[in-house]
Ligand binder design. Structure first.
Ligand code: AHR
Length: 496
């Protein structure tokens, strides 16, 4: 099968905001306890953080990590997690029916983020709590000194403010499952008042309001309209969340789910612009896709309630899951003009690219690789490429192209990311490079990730699914020719 990709050096969607390569750590399952934090582990540092996990997070190159939830945040008292450890309570954590010992809180997480080379995107509780607790947390984290909450931080050993710039106004407040779920009007009002107080406390922060928990929610669209009507002038982003699964073992349909993600993004960008027009506002609200991933393998797992750090949501990812994650990353980049933040949910142990054994090793899931390669090479101008190739139909989407691809031009040259959705045939890809100084272009490498078994997984013992170098592509003037193996994730790099 053949495919053609045409790229023009100057036809760009926009410059990518690196925060699109964000991720997420929630106090859920083993993400924190026995994930990032395990005192007594042979790899633990003096603070109890696992250095083997920090190394993998650094390799994944994640610029921002959302914290502390997720559903967890809607019942969280941030004050429980600061100050002397012996004073911190163990709480019934109602979102996930576990016990939360509060050994890690805001300050420790900020310390961990520094070690992991990342920044914190902090969520406030708009479930059981509201504007007052939210503005106190901003004051605790960001105000220099001389006030109750800033001085409390200093008394806890943090003289300098944490300077947390990006904040979430609650989590998935449209969902019945959320602790203190609200209607759109109720949430819109609470979010507005919290936003005002938070920005008055620190005008330099940016705020994300909760959008829908997914495009299948009954209030999808109207939720965003109502929330934005209330909050428009005080917020900077609206959130989107989505998870996909291959429950029916229909891989061609599964690999097309990112097209649904694409229309989700475009719909919500449209809703933002509708409210902008109604308000005659100059300001554009952008998108924060702050939960996205494949999630279904662990759906029926039985886990004992009211324990500390039970193995919740521990999906073990396959080769085909990595293909969809690659397609979803490509979709995020193709919407770089509106998606400014995105968080792969989550980072460690919980629907995660990084897994750990308590007391044992840390390892990379299949989905680790497309993310790591993109967050390494996908920086700069996202190009508006033209794809010509055969398509297939699924139950709900017609015209799914066999080739999914995006290209980025930046300091590291030109990088083409591509998924071949054809499960049985290679794609002979011809790329036309228009407007480039082709005399000075050179082929650097083509890596592909594939496996004969689409259900192949990695484990602590062996990372069987990982990218491998391919034979060099043929670069002749402005034309690059190479083959994408069946059902593969590809990264093609050219020096400019
Ligand atoms: O990421 C797991 C959960 O998915 C989060 O806690 C919640 O926000 C979403 O429903």
């Amino acid at each position: 099968m053949k495919a053609k990709l045409t790229l023009h050096k100057d036809f760009s969607i926009g410059t990518l905001d690196k925060r699109v390569y964000g991720s997420f750590i929630e106090h859920l399952g083993r993400a924190v306890y026995t994930g990032i934090y395990e005192p007594g582990h042979p790899e633990a540092d003096e603070a109890g953080f696992r250095k083997d996990v920090i190394r993998l997070v650094r390799e994944l190159n994640v610029p921002i990590v959302r914290y502390p939830g997720g559903n967890f945040v809607s019942g969280y008292n941030w004050e429980d997690g600061v100050g002397p450890l012996e004073w911190r309570p163990t709480r019934m954590e109602l979102a996930w029916a576990t016990l939360e010992p509060n050994k890690i809180g805001v300050n420790e997480f900020v310390d961990w983020a520094k070690k992991a080379g990342t920044e914190v995107m902090m969520a406030v509780n708009l479930g059981t709590r509201g504007p007052d607790a939210a503005r106190n947390l901003v004051e605790y984290c960001n105000f220099p000194k001389g006030t109750q909450w800033s001085d409390l931080r200093r008394s806890h050993g943090y003289e300098n403010p944490h300077g947390i710039k990006l904040w979430c106004l609650g989590n998935e407040m449209d969902g019945q499952w959320q602790i203190c779920h609200r209607t759109a009007d109720e949430y819109g009002r609470a979010a507005l008042e919290a936003a005002k107080l938070m920005k008055w406390t620190d005008p330099s922060i940016e705020l994300t309001a909760c959008g829908s928990s997914g495009s299948a929610m009954p209030t999808f669209g109207t939720w965003e309209t109502t929330v934005l009507e209330h909050t428009y002038e005080y917020i900077d982003y609206v959130s989107l969340h989505t998870y996909y699964g291959n429950r029916d073992n229909d891989t061609p349909s599964f690999l097309a789910r990112n097209l649904e993600m694409d229309s989700f993004i475009k719909t919500i960008a449209g809703v933002c612009d509708l409210v902008k027009a109604r308000k005659r506002s100059k300001k554009t609200v952008n998108l924060s896709f702050d939960e996205w991933n494949v999630w279904f393998h662990s759906n029926n797992a039985k886990v004992e309630k009211w324990t500390v750090a039970p193995p919740l949501l521990e999906d073990i990812y396959t080769m085909e899951d990595a293909l969809l994650v690659g397609c979803m990353l490509i979709t995020l980049l193709k919407n770089a003009d509106r998606v400014k933040v995105a968080c792969l949910a989550q980072l460690v142990n919980v629907i995660a690219p990084i897994m750990t054994d308590a007391g044992g090793g840390a390892w990379r899931q299949t989905i680790f690789y497309p993310f790591a390669q993109m967050s390494k090479y996908g920086h700069g101008a996202v190009l508006r490429g033209e794809i010509a190739c055969d398509c297939y139909d699924t139950n709900d989407i017609d015209g799914v192209p066999y080739l999914e691809s995006v290209a980025v031009r930046g300091e590291q040259g030109l990088t083409i990311f591509a998924v071949n959705r054809n499960l049985s045939e290679a794609l002979a890809l011809e790329t036309e490079l228009a407007g480039f100084d082709t005399k000075n272009c050179r082929f650097i490498e083509h890596t592909a990730m594939r496996h004969d078994n689409l259900k192949a997984t990695n484990s602590v013992k062996a990372e069987l699914v990982r990218p491998a170098a391919q034979i060099a592509g043929k670069l002749d003037g402005a034309t690059l020719e190479l083959a994408l193996p069946p059902a593969s994730w590809n990264v093609i790099r050219l020096g400019l």
